[in-house]
Design a protein around this ligand. Structure first.
Ligand code: ADE
Length: 471
């Protein structure tokens, strides 16, 4: 459970500001914890004073170091907790920062008042200084609440509906399209006809075009980034089977481009999926491969590569082989028939079953991953008269996988139905389904082909970071 500690002189403001909101509701449901701490409780001054004049003169008062330090110590109890000082002198707060902070289990927000806080305590406890914009507020509380709201809504379960955190402003570098609700005509203005057509594909195309136009008009900086990604997708589409993982990461708005180099028809690319901590790479030659290896972010958990020489460079850079895979993609738009009737999205109560059959399977695939995938609504189970017999899922970087059917229930088309179900879910989101099948798993490879998947010519290697052993 993510914990937010807010060090403030106005704890009521935080409690009253957040408690009626969706974030407050999530706190009551035990999904997160909001802990407002009154810095004044930690003063050693008998008049409860927490401020004093600045040395060197100047207007106003400063918050003193000692009460802030003691409040921080009381909250963190020596744990190394990321501590954000909200200040107009900080780095501008962005969606990307919100995503990064949402990965933390515990965060401290320090709200300043008066003319600021004694620099010495900031140097001791603060890890990040962040501003919500180029304007000055009377204190940090409103800014902290803005940040907490943006971070907390990314925590699985907070919004209830898992798809709603994805498709909105700043997703995929485009601003959101305009929306309309009833009545169909209001003050003489009608809802655009396409939205009443019931044709999902046309609606999606219209929305995308509106998003593009809006972004080009209002945020040319974002639009340039979007166009850069579109150009790369276009280039990669020359070898769709080999590159579908990168095309999908880009078009689903998951990946940042850390490196590209084009030579003729060949492309070197390093993509980084921040949320999943995954890099995808393809290189022209050893030299570009080595250059790219230096750009891999430190918190990369796993890497997907499709050239043997790149794999070998990464072995030397401290990554270990997780496995060799074939890449399969489903390029048709038609949904697949699902013959088995009892299939549903898995929920918390199903974690035990999935972990039993999946969690034992290899390094890095422990309970935590299954738990996260289930709470993201990305796993589906097959049942026979109410008893679970198998499952399938969508991995955090977006590939289809984790297909499993208990041995005694195999050969009845349950696996095919599970996979068809997942394919249909992906198609509904406008994705091109793709997945990886371990080299040598002939039964699964045959199933992919039967369902209409194509296989990439290249082989793929998943690599994982080797964690330094404690000595
Ligand atoms: N405190 C006062 N103004 C602020 C701002 N713009 N951002 C963050 N904290 C603040």
């Amino acid at each position: 459970m993510t914990k937010f500690h807010i060090l403030t002189l106005f704890p009521d403001m935080i409690e009253q500001g957040l408690s009626p909101s969706i974030i407050g509701r999530a706190a009551r449901r035990g999904i997160l914890c909001l802990h407002a701490v009154d810095i004044r409780d930690y003063t050693r001054d008998k008049h409860k004073k927490v401020d004093d004049y600045p040395y060197g003169g100047g207007a106003g008062m400063l918050m003193q170091a000692q009460p802030v330090y003691d409040a921080h110590r009381a909250v963190t109890e020596g744990r190394p907790v990321r501590t954000v000082y909200v200040t107009p002198q900080g780095m501008p707060f962005t969606q990307r920062m919100a995503e990064e902070f949402a990965k933390e289990e515990e965060l401290v927000f320090l709200c300043g008042h008066y003319e600021g806080i004694d620099e010495r305590v900031l140097e001791k406890i603060v890890t990040d200084q962040v501003s919500i914009g180029d304007y000055v507020l009377t204190g940090g509380e409103l800014a902290a609440m803005v940040m907490i709201d943006a971070i907390a809504r990314l925590i699985p379960g907070v919004l209830g509906n898992d798809s709603s955190a994805g498709e909105e402003s700043f997703y995929n570098d485009l601003l959101e399209y305009p929306q309309y609700s009833r009545p169909e005509e209001w003050q003489g203005v009608r809802v655009p006809g396409v939205l009443l057509s019931g044709n999902h594909r046309q609606v999606a195309a219209w929305r995308l075009e509106q998003s593009r136009q809006r972004t080009a008009d209002r945020r040319p900086d974002l639009y340039e980034k979007y166009q850069k990604k579109q150009c790369l997708i276009q280039r990669l589409s020359g070898e769709k089977r080999n590159n579908i993982h990168m095309m999908e990461s880009l078009s689903r708005g998951r990946a940042d481009i850390l490196y590209t180099d084009f030579r003729g028809r060949d492309t070197a690319v390093l993509l980084y999926d921040r949320k999943a901590g995954i890099c995808m790479m393809t290189a022209l030659d050893r030299e570009t491969g080595e250059r790219m290896a230096e750009l891999i972010p430190g918190d990369t958990r796993m890497l997907l590569v499709s050239e043997p020489f790149l794999r070998d460079i990464l072995f030397k850079a401290g990554y270990a082989l997780f496995g060799e895979f074939g890449q399969f993609l489903y390029t048709r738009k038609e949904t697949l028939p699902v013959k088995h009737r009892e299939i549903r999205t898995l929920s918390e109560g199903d974690i035990g079953y999935v972990s039993k059959w999946y969690g034992t399977e290899g390094p890095g695939l422990d309970d935590e991953y299954v738990r996260e995938r289930i709470s993201a609504g990305a796993m589906y189970g097959a049942f026979l008269e109410g008893r679970q017999v198998g499952f399938v899922g969508i991995h955090d970087e977006g590939s289809l996988g984790m297909l499993f059917v208990e041995e005694s229930f195999r050969g009845r088309g349950i696996g095919a139905s599970l996979e068809a179900w997942a394919v249909n879910c992906m198609l509904e989101k406008g994705w091109i389904p793709y997945g990886h099948v371990a080299e040598g798993n002939e039964a699964s490879a045959r199933l992919q082909e039967r369902l209409g998947f194509y296989k990439a010519e290249k082989s793929f290697w998943w690599l994982e970071k080797v964690l330094a052993k404690d000595t």
